[in-house]
Write a protein that binds this ligand. Structure first.
Ligand SMILES: C[S@@+](CC[C@H](N)C(=O)[O-])C[C@H]1O[C@@H](n2cnc3c(N)ncnc32)[C@H](O)[C@@H]1O
Length: 226
């Protein structure tokens, strides 16, 4: 087995131990490909969306030298300690994110697995991207909420979905957003070295019956290195 395959096996087994849905959703091979080279040197990882702590515990065990921060709209303080710290904040409110950033400072990686609406994803990306260190990453999970259950996730009055925003960025096109300021879009455009949108699995029959056809999708923004 090569080194990367061994690391995918290792991260998947940590994820299974804590029960995060990142394993069945097929995210782990992509995470290892993106995170492996900064695994040792990363000092601070943020995940938006804590739920029962499965993912922040997974990141704590995977990144040996990092502090793991969780942001959730509900209080998750019972998880704090042993390199984990949680904050209560609504990811669609810039002033609440600003208070969190004031405590955390700049970070190596941000993973958005929060509420998954267009406003939540785009406000968080616009506000938090400048605080990702150069050479770091910003990840948005479940980009397929741009196409399923629009009554629940698509709070735009336009077709400026988050998936489209990332696909435009990947193609070198200036993206449009109903929720990001022009300055925020400028920053993301100027400081993204590479943007990629990856399909990680095809919806199951039951999911298709419920939501129509879709593919589970994740987006990565790699920040420029200075
Ligand atoms: C999919 S779960 C997170 C799962 C977790 N990341 C894991 O892999 O184990 C989504 C979480 O996002 C939180 N959430 C929903 N809307 C939010 C918002 N506007 N701001 C911050 N967190 C939010 C929910 O409370 C919930 O805990």
């Amino acid at each position: 087995m090569d080194e990367l395959s061994a690391e995918i096996k290792e991260l998947s087994s940590i994820g299974c131990k804590y029960g995060t849905d990142k394993v069945p959703n097929g995210f782990m091979p992509h995470y290892v490909r993106m995170f492996s080279c900064i695994r040792e040197k990363a000092k601070s990882i943020v995940e938006i969306g804590v739920l029962d702590g499965a993912s922040i515990k997974t990141w704590r065990d995977y990144f040996p030298n990092a502090f793991i921060y969780g942001i959730d709209c509900y209080d998750k303080k019972y998880l704090d300690g042993n390199r984990l710290k949680t904050f209560v904040a609504d990811q669609s409110e810039r002033n609440q994110l600003a208070a969190v950033i004031e405590e955390m400072g700049n970070v190596d990686i941000i993973i958005d697995d929060g509420g998954h609406s267009m406003k939540q994803q785009q406000v968080s990306l616009g506000f938090l991207f400048p605080f990702v260190k150069h050479g770091g990453l910003y990840v948005i999970e479940d980009l397929h909420t741009s196409v399923i259950q629009p009554e629940f996730f698509n709070d735009t009055s336009t077709d400026n979905t988050t998936e489209r925003l990332l696909r435009d960025l990947a193609n070198g096109i200036r993206p449009k957003s109903d929720f990001m300021t022009d300055e925020e879009i400028d920053c993301v455009l100027k400081e993204t070295k590479k943007c990629s949108v990856e399909i990680t699995r095809i919806a199951s029959e039951e999911e298709v019956d419920q939501y129509g056809p879709f593919a589970v999708t994740i987006g990565f923004l790699e920040k420029t290195e200075y």
